[in-house]
Design a protein around this ligand. Structure first.
Ligand SMILES: [Zn+2]
Length: 261
């Protein structure tokens, strides 16, 4: 068996963390990719060093104010300093007009085409639309968060190079076993601002358990798989210097060539 789960912290590929949380409150959260909802929020956190948190630059498709205020130039400046991009995407259940969402999403993908990043993408009731946009403007590296697409859409997204950050609410769906190669799987909590950050590792472990049942893997192996997959994404995007300490320590263990390149 691979080394014990205790040697690897949990890896949460999509959560929301209140920018005002102290480092003490964030000490036991494993490693977290934390999304922002607006450029204002991203500007607040992007340079705020927390050893366990990689912050994203994002503009959420359900946030009208953020969508109206989106500015591609400002976004690009934030992405230069951010380890990842997110949360961006499309949502046909949102009160934000779809043409505004599309404009923001397309401009964001243009920026990522220039500045490769892990991009966490929201696609609620817009799975086909998101695939269309990624086909029009392929980027490195799209990660579909809380994905609810059909089995065929899932296969198409995988063929386009997408990764999938799996939430407990969708983890039991067989499409993740039948249509997604294990090398494209990440695990997420979609933890909210008000939730206690210390609960994140438990929530991640629950998803690891569900995904492990699907893939016939131990929790430890699911965790190692997610870390290896992140290492691949980081290598592909050349972003290792933008990730904080809690990540680089583990990455040097799961993927030594990443650090010594
Ligand atoms: Zn989210």
């Amino acid at each position: 068996m691979a080394s014990s789960i205790k040697t690897l912290p949990s890896l949460d590929a999509h959560a929301h963390i209140d920018p005002d949380r102290t480092s003490d409150e964030l000490a036991d959260i494993g490693a977290v990719l934390a999304m922002t909802l607006s450029l204002d929020e991203a500007a607040l956190v992007v340079d705020r060093y927390k050893p366990h948190v990689a912050w994203g630059a994002g503009c959420h498709p359900r946030n009208l104010k953020a969508q109206e205020a989106f500015d591609a130039e400002r976004f690009s400046k934030l992405v230069e300093r951010a380890a990842i991009v997110g949360e961006i995407g499309l949502d046909t259940g949102s009160r934000v007009p779809l043409d505004l969402q599309l404009r923001t999403f397309r401009q964001s993908l243009e920026v990522v085409a220039e500045l490769p990043r892990l991009v966490s993408i929201h696609s609620y009731r817009a799975t086909g639309l998101v695939i269309d946009e990624l086909r029009r403007r392929p980027v490195a590296v799209p990660v579909l968060h809380w994905w609810t697409g059909t089995a065929d859409e899932t296969q198409e997204a995988a063929a386009l190079g997408c990764y999938f950050s799996i939430h407990s609410a969708v983890a039991r769906h067989s499409k993740f076993r039948t249509r997604v190669p294990p090398e494209r799987i990440l695990i997420e909590s979609d933890h909210g601002y008000g939730d206690p950050p210390a609960a994140i590792p438990c929530r991640v472990e629950w998803v690891e358990h569900l995904v492990g049942q699907q893939l016939k893997l131990d929790i430890e192996d699911v965790r190692r798989l997610a870390w290896r997959n992140l290492a691949t994404i980081i290598r592909e995007t050349g972003t290792q210097e933008l990730f904080p300490e809690a990540f680089t320590t583990v990455l040097s263990e799961v993927s030594p060539d990443l650090v010594h390149e």
